[in-house]
Design a protein around this ligand. Structure first.
Ligand SMILES: Nc1ncnc2c1ncn2[C@@H]1O[C@H](COP(=O)(O)OP(=O)(O)OP(=O)(O)O)[C@@H](O)[C@H]1O
Ligand SMILES: [Zn+2]
Length: 731
């Protein structure tokens, strides 16, 4: 008998340079779209996902030349809604289908089948008991750094900062022991009724609407627009409870791992057990366990970073995007997508509601609500009668800080008062390190990154100068590398470390906590900070944007914004909006308990519209003015932006490629093309960068235009051309 023609399948294989490939299915295998299969490719093997053939371009290989697939991996097939999402992302963000599909198969361990994983930990045997007795320095270091750790050899090697070979040697020597872990052990069940709070009337009304949408099992986007401290979490938790009761899964996206910790404990209080978390710092066994539990429908609620959007949920019933305005939902390398927008698309393909929660929604989201495409739900006041804080502008031109200091006398007085009353204060400055620029007093030499067009930032705690773009670091020198003069380096401008120093001088008795991504480096440290702040073991918090959102400390009554003008400098499209959001969010940390809060905003431009709007609390007026400005500029959401970034290690090569692209730019009435020009960050990680900006009318098919424009062009090997649709970063 001849094989039926259905035995021919089309696969998206995991090589971004290859298009879809056709294979045949051996008679003993049953293969459906979504199955992950092993495909032969020349002498090698490659993974692929089986796709509906008619949705992909033809691969015209004659039947007789087809090679059979080698096997089907023991995981459930990727569902049709996820396949449609992958197609949509590839199409919208101009990314190879293979690159997007790969994001859905983000745990290689999960694909392997088998039910156990081998991990290693210190065996507890003392090295002296071993035949050879003494430890090499590397083994000694591993013995130190691996206390209380258990993971694969590869992960332990990273933690211990030694090679895998060293650790394998330690296994043989009996210093490390193998532990067999059940890879699919169940997660504790969440109980929708565990500790259901009594909701306020406003919360109740919003929750009822969300619960109804969950039960309706249909696509419905919501904008949950509630002031800081209004209890958005409590409210959408009712929708989560409803989904759990219906036996369906929930995905909650958070913008930062640092926020996850406090979310996990709140969730546990509400539902009796923690949700499943998903982020880049998970161990491979944890990833595997989570991925499989999601795919098999056993994971009830997943809280994660943006990559969780591509998990293969078996039975999704609800998506929540908390702090939905956050720009960290935008991914700026690899597949450049916006997780907020992709979340809405996933909900659409899955046919479920999606909740975008924020106290300071993005203008794009407000506009979607205004046009009726999103349903807007409002929580207008804080929970439990707490008042929004009063806001005062500190004009730095009149209320001048002492020489060499950054805090104005009125803010200093506020800090004194709070400390006297046993209340907490928070100082916000969105700049890590001690000082953003270091120069030599004698010769004027400025410390610059060798790989990037950026200054090195001094980190005094770690005695280093660091580039915040590429991670390049050098120990802070004692002498100027240019003129050789000793002790001549001057720190210019403030970072949070410098503000913390200043607080220590002003209030020597205060307990100061520095909160940045340099200090909250792990979930444990984040948890420790939250605990200390809650137990009032901290008087003054000095932090970057990491402390602006999510935290709830009832005794925090003063917030000082050290430099409200910083975000407005160099102003891109969203500078004013971003400043508004950051300041409003950090202001929202004040007075969340019974005691009223006060916010002092330091500025040199009290007349700037965004500062005036913050002072008067007139959010609507601010958004209206911004909306009009965007409309005039044909900026999102009224027009579209896209960027083409051309880079190479060779400057001339990058420039020539950018010019070649510019030279064949399409001329269309509804598309305007700017550039090419050197990017503001013209050197990044050793690559020279040029960019073109595309501003298009809402109605134009900008992706199609760019695709047609770039497709015929060929560039030298070293040139990279990246397209950023709806860019957030203009550097
Ligand atoms: N119905 C309720 N019953 C008891 N406590 C509540 C209720 N609603 C809110 N709260 C409490 O009020 C505080 C503020 O709520 P929550 O943190 O959810 O606000 P939010 O809207 O997410 O604020 P933000 O946007 O500032 O993060 C929390 O401590 C929360 O536990
Ligand atoms: Zn750099």
């Amino acid at each position: 008998m001849t094989q039926p023609s259905s035995a021919r399948i089309r696969c998206v294989v995991f090589n971004a340079a290859l298009g879809p490939l056709d294979y045949k299915v051996p008679a003993h295998l049953d293969v459906q779209p979504g199955h992950v299969v092993i495909c032969p490719l020349g002498p090698r093997q490659i993974l692929g996902v089986v796709w509906e053939a008619d949705r992909l371009p033809e691969a015209d290989v004659p039947e007789a030349k087809l090679r059979p697939i080698l096997g089907v991996l023991p995981v459930p097939p990727l569902g049709a809604p996820l396949r449609r999402l992958i197609e949509w992302c590839a199409d919208y963000y101009l990314a190879p289908l293979a690159s997007v599909a790969r994001m859905a198969l983000s745990s290689t361990a999960a694909l392997q089948g088998g039910s156990t994983v081998t991990e290693y930990r210190l065996s507890g045997r003392a090295p002296e008991s071993l035949p050879k007795g003494r430890l090499t320095p590397q083994r000694a270091q591993a013995m130190d750094l691996l206390i209380d750790q258990q993971a694969t050899i590869r992960e332990l090697a990273e933690i211990a900062e030694v090679s895998q070979a060293v650790l394998r040697g330690m296994v043989t020597a009996g210093l490390l022991e193998a532990v067999t872990v059940d890879a699919d052990r169940a997660y504790p069940r969440a109980d929708p009724h565990h500790a259901q709070p009594a909701l306020s009337d406003a919360q109740g009304a919003v929750a009822a609407r969300l619960v109804a949408a969950v039960k309706a099992r249909a696509f419905q986007p919501f904008l949950l627009d509630g002031v800081t401290g209004s209890g958005k979490t409590e409210t959408y938790s009712e929708a989560i409870a409803a989904a759990l009761e219906e036996g369906r899964q929930v995905l909650v996206l958070l913008p930062e791992i640092a926020l996850t910790q406090s979310f996990l404990s709140r969730f546990e209080q509400r539902f009796g057990s923690p949700p499943v978390s998903w982020h880049s710092a998970l161990k491979s066994s944890e990833r595997r366990r989570a991925w499989r539990a999601v795919a098999q429908g056993r994971a009830q609620v997943v809280v994660g970073a943006r990559s969780a959007l591509f998990l293969p949920f078996a039975n999704l019933g609800l998506i929540v995007v908390d702090e939905a305005h956050e720009i960290s939902f935008k991914q700026d390398d690899g597949v450049r997508y916006n997780a907020r927008d992709v979340a809405v698309m996933r909900a659409r393909f899955e046919g479920v509601p999606v909740v975008l929660a924020s106290a300071t929604p993005a203008l794009e989201s407000l506009q979607m609500a205004a046009s009726g495409r999103y349903e807007r739900l409002v929580l207008p006041s804080r929970f439990g009668g707490a008042q929004l804080p009063t806001i005062r502008i500190v004009d730095l031109r009149e209320d001048v800080p002492e020489r060499g200091r950054w805090l104005a006398p009125s803010l200093v007085e506020g800090l004194h008062e709070r400390l006297g009353r046993g209340e907490q204060s928070l100082l916000f400055l969105n700049r890590r390190g001690f000082a953003p620029l270091t120069l030599c007093r004698t010769c004027g030499h400025r410390f610059q990154c060798p790989n990037c067009s950026a200054w090195l930032v001094e980190h005094r705690l770690s005695h280093r100068l660091a580039c915040h773009h590429c991670g390049h670091e050098v120990p802070t020198p004692n002498t100027c590398p240019e003129c050789g003069e000793p002790d001549c380096l001057v720190a210019c401008g403030p970072g949070v470390e410098r503000i913390a120093d200043e607080v220590a001088q002003i209030l020597p008795e205060a307990r100061v906590a520095l909160v940045t991504s340099d200090t909250l480096t792990s979930a444990a440290k984040a948890a420790q900070f939250v605990e200390q702040a809650e137990n009032k073991a901290i008087d003054v918090i000095v932090g970057t944007q990491l402390v602006t959102k999510g935290f709830h400390f009832p005794d925090l009554t003063l917030v000082g914004v050290v430099d409200a003008d910083m975000g407005l400098e160099g102003g891109d499209l969203r500078a004013a909006e971003r400043t508004y959001q950051q300041v409003a969010q950090v202001a929202g940390r004040a007075g969340r308990g019974e005691k009223p809060g006060e916010v002092l905003i330091q500025t040199r431009h009290p007349e700037a519209p965004v500062i005036a709007a913050l002072a008067s609390g007139d959010r609507d007026a601010f958004y209206e003015a911004e909306t009009e400005a965007r409309r005039e500029a044909h900026a999102p959401p009224f027009g579209r932006w896209a960027a083409i970034i051309v880079s190479s290690e060779d400057e001339a090569e990058a420039r020539d490629a950018a010019r070649a692209i510019g030279g064949c730019a399409p001329r269309l009435p509804d598309v305007m093309i700017l550039g090419p020009a050197p990017a503001p960050l013209s050197l990044l990680r050793g690559r020279y960068r040029y960019r073109l900006l595309i501003n298009a009318r809402r109605t134009s098919e900008v992706q199609k235009v760019i695709r047609g424009w770039l497709a015929p062009l060929r560039f030298p090997q070293g040139v990279r051309v990246a397209v950023d649709i709806d860019p957030y970063s203009f550097v």
